[in-house]
Write a protein that binds this ligand. Structure first.
Ligand SMILES: Nc1nc2c(ncn2[C@@H]2O[C@H](COP(=O)(O)OP(=O)(O)OP(=O)(O)O)[C@@H](O)[C@H]2O)c(=O)[nH]1
Ligand SMILES: [Mg+2]
Length: 201
């Protein structure tokens, strides 16, 4: 359940971008920040990076207005995708309300996507949460690389390997060009808010 401040009539909604290292999680948040910088009053926070690798997390907060008299504050987070940072990944998942799984479409990353999704399920189970129950959107990122002749997993293969059981909403995207980045975000916010509204009533 999201953090509800009854006194301030405010709800904090936590959405986590999860996925394998170098898949494009941070790039998603950077694109969103760039697109909506006029509406996002606070700065995007990047807690420690080494080169362009996330060592801790990224954090992007913004307001989306009122629902049932409550001010809704969306907080987007990314986890560090590198295998060795699992303790941090698990910590960032604490209190999560919705998840975007950013898969890397590159054919060479097929196994990494599968392992990362499995790791997500394991880490959620530490909080007694089931991936089938948490609002979830899959994003098949880096579709733009097809133009450079880089072998990509087809949409069908990605659906089959990652989404056969979950049957979550899925978007083909490019965090670099911005294709479907906002659509992905809008979908996860809509699913998460619908789920929270149910819990609030
Ligand atoms: N061509 C292309 N490159 C991308 C895309 N998304 C991300 N990248 C590049 O892939 C690299 C890794 O992207 P990040 O956003 O840092 O990946 P991450 O998932 O945050 O990685 P970790 O922080 O290590 O977990 C960067 O060089 C990005 O510019 C995309 O859609 N297309
Ligand atoms: Mg990152």
């Amino acid at each position: 359940m999201a953090f509800v401040n009854l006194k301030k009539k405010e709800i904090q909604v936590k959405i986590v971008y999860y996925g394998p290292g170098r898949g494009g999680k941070t790039t998603n948040l950077e694109y969103i920040y760039g697109r909506f910088s006029d509406r996002i009053k606070t700065e995007m926070v990047t807690i420690k990076t080494h080169g362009d690798r996330t060592l801790f997390f990224d954090f992007l907060p913004f307001d989306i207005g009122k629902i049932k008299g409550y001010d809704v504050k969306i907080q987007l987070y990314t986890v560090p995708g590198q295998v060795k940072y699992n303790a941090t990944r698990r910590l960032v998942l604490r209190g999560v309300d919705g998840i975007v799984f950013v898969a890397d479409s590159m054919a060479v990353r097929k196994e990494k996507n599968i392992l990362s999704l499995k790791n997500l399920e394991e880490n959620l189970s530490a909080y007694k949460k089931d991936l089938g129950q948490v609002p979830l959107v899959l994003q098949y990122n880096k579709r733009d690389l097809a133009e450079q002749g880089i072998p990509l997993l087809s949409y069908e293969t990605l659906e089959h390997t990652l989404n056969a059981r979950l049957k979550a909403a899925a978007f083909e995207a490019s965090a670099l060009t911005g294709k479907n980045v906002v659509a992905t975000m809008k979908k996860i916010i809509a699913l998460t808010m619908a789920s929270l509204e149910k819990q609030l009533t």
